[in-house]
Design a protein around this ligand. Structure first.
Ligand code: AMP
Length: 547
């Protein structure tokens, strides 16, 4: 017997319709590429998103055709999120930090038909447009009077020209909720990039889950700043969770330096911000010397790479801001776990609570996870056993776009499909997961594993260290030994020996790195994560002391 409730597909357009009806005057504030601040409301967003849908219809694009963006976080990008997906086409957010050859490759692989870009990326478009034959229309996300006279990009029009003449009365179509809505290529360091292809259903379910109190806890009372880019896993789904809750949205545009982010947080009464650790490091670096304070910010979600304990402490102890450590990946839309305490933890002493907060957190309803050994056998949840982390759920990929059936899913002994995350983790008895490494970054020394994240976290606790990356170096006896590459804070003075001494007592003796290598910078990938493959290339020829 089936239930007798109304059957209504979960569609991205319904999020916007809801916001327009119930939070029509809710504010959306954007710092534009031009540098000025733009303000409008969910009502305006809805009207202009319908114009985008009309412009796409006018070009004769078919259902599921791809429309791409190369853009910062801002109101026009948000209009594309709803206009493209809502009309049944697929939004392809391209990461502008990728190499131009990779960008040309993914635009061709996705067969993008329209590509809308912020003028910051005009040089990039000039470099790749001739290699992107599927793109029928290039659109600059700017006012018409800002369009460069001689861009060198054939047929380039401004976004305002493109949508301006369109009426805003468009009825969002209804279709199968499993239809593709958007796509994001992973910036893998080897092989060609692979695309996660999200659906309306997966995006709406993820939006519901992300807004829950023990996840991001978003509400109409919040002012929300996604510093995490809209070109990387849909800015962790905030563009969808925001209209669902009616929170105020604040977009930073291209200005991601500490000063600009701080000013925006203060000017717009931001209560909640989301980003990767490197962004928050710049923010704290700007605030500390001037003794600056936050007036409204009360929590921040930090993820994308391990959040160093020193950062959690700084936010909490110095500024009274709660840090929610989060873990996820492109293939997971991206949220998998969030670290919030349970009722039974509230009475624990602060050090014990901190130990929990450092973990990547517990699973959100909708994500199932387990750790397995090399044979695929499940490992215990005791906080000690570590193994390959597998996940499944309605917003986890089943396959990559045009992957010719080579599904990435892992068939366990029960034959059910799990996605192998490539991360190595422990899970404790309360279900808190802790990443010890990417499987390819684990350091194997004398048959034991050393967590490069643990070593980096200790190094980051040293007051003179701005950034630290730990990698394994070949060793004839131990197989590998850890070394730590360190960027000093400006003006900091300490030696290799000082830092090695700092490790004493903070980890087992055999896990202390064999060497400290001072570097100008740690290479970062297109999403701000440390690129250890590149660091290893840079350190080619390096020999461990005494070898
Ligand atoms: P991406 O798909 O580019 O977002 O990368 C996903 C990967 O980033 C994960 O598989 C993890 O290796 C890493 N990652 C994300 N969040 C965290 C975190 N909080 N701590 C440690 N690693 C993380």
């Amino acid at each position: 017997m089936l239930g007798l409730m109304q059957s209504q597909p979960l569609l991205i357009s319904s999020l916007l319709e809801f916001a327009e009806r119930h939070h029509g005057d809710g504010e959306i504030v954007s710092r534009r590429v031009e540098g000025d601040i733009h303000r409008y409301t969910y009502r305006d967003l809805a009207a202009r998103s319908r114009q985008v849908a009309r412009a796409i219809e006018g070009m004769g694009l078919q259902f599921s055709d791809r429309v791409a963006t190369l853009a910062w976080n801002g109101y026009r990008h948000l209009e594309m999120y709803f206009g493209v997906s809502g009309s049944g086409r697929v939004l392809h957010t391209v990461n502008p930090r990728l190499h131009p050859d990779q960008i040309a490759w993914i635009v061709n692989h996705a067969e993008d038909q329209v590509l809308c870009f912020d003028l910051t990326f005009l040089p990039l478009v000039q470099a790749v447009h001739a290699r992107c034959p599927t793109v029928r229309q290039w659109v600059a996300l700017c006012d018409t009077d800002r369009l460069p006279a001689d861009s060198g990009v054939p047929g380039l029009i401004s976004y305002e020209q493109w949508i301006g003449a369109q009426p805003s009365d468009y009825a969002w179509p209804s279709f199968d909720e499993n239809s593709a809505s958007s796509m994001c290529y992973t910036s893998g360091t080897t092989g060609n990039p692979k695309a996660a292809l999200y659906s309306h259903r997966s995006s709406v379910l993820h939006a519901y889950a992300a807004a829950l109190p023990d996840v991001m806890g978003l509400s109409a009372k919040d002012s929300v700043l996604p510093v995490v880019p809209m070109f990387h896993v849909n800015a962790w789904g905030i563009p969808y969770s925001a209209p669902l809750t009616g929170c105020k949205l604040v977009f930073p545009g291209p200005a991601l330096d500490g000063r600009s982010v701080y000013e925006l947080i203060e000017a717009e009464g931001v209560t909640f911000a989301a980003g990767v650790p490197t962004v928050w490091q710049m923010l704290l670096g700007h605030m500390k010397p001037g003794g600056l304070r936050f007036s409204h910010l009360n929590r921040t979600v930090i993820g994308g790479s391990a959040c160093p304990p020193a950062m959690i402490n700084a936010f909490q102890d110095d500024y009274g801001v709660e840090v929610l450590h989060a873990w996820g990946m492109t293939e997971m839309s991206p949220l998998g776990t969030l670290c919030t305490l349970k009722n039974k933890h509230l009475a624990l002493p602060p050090e014990e609570r901190m130990k929990i907060r450092l973990k990547q957190g517990r699973a959100i309803f909708g994500v199932d996870m387990k750790i397995v050994d090399g044979n695929g056998d499940e490992l215990p949840w005791d906080g000690k056993a570590y193994g390959d982390l597998l996940v499944k759920g309605p917003w986890v990929v089943a396959d990559y776009f045009r992957n010719e059936g080579a599904s990435p899913l892992y068939a366990d002994k029960q034959g059910r499909g799990w996605f192998p995350t490539g991360d190595v983790a422990t899970i404790d008895a309360d279900g808190y997961m802790q990443i010890t490494d990417r499987s390819k970054d684990v350091i194997k020394s004398g048959g034991e594993w050393i967590s490069s994240i643990d070593i980096e976290n200790i190094a980051m606790g040293h007051p003179g260290v701005a950034m630290a990356a730990c990698i394994g170096m070949p060793h004839p006896k131990w197989d590998e030994r850890p070394v730590v590459a360190v960027v000093k804070k400006p003006g900091a003075e300490f030696s290799r020996e000082d830092l090695l001494a700092y490790f004493e007592g903070k980890t087992a003796k055999w896990q202390i790195p064999d060497d400290v290598i001072f570097v100008e910078a740690i290479p970062l990938g297109a999403t701000g994560k440390m690129l250890k493959t590149r660091l290893r290339e840079q350190l080619k020829g390096y020999r461990l002391p005494g070898l």
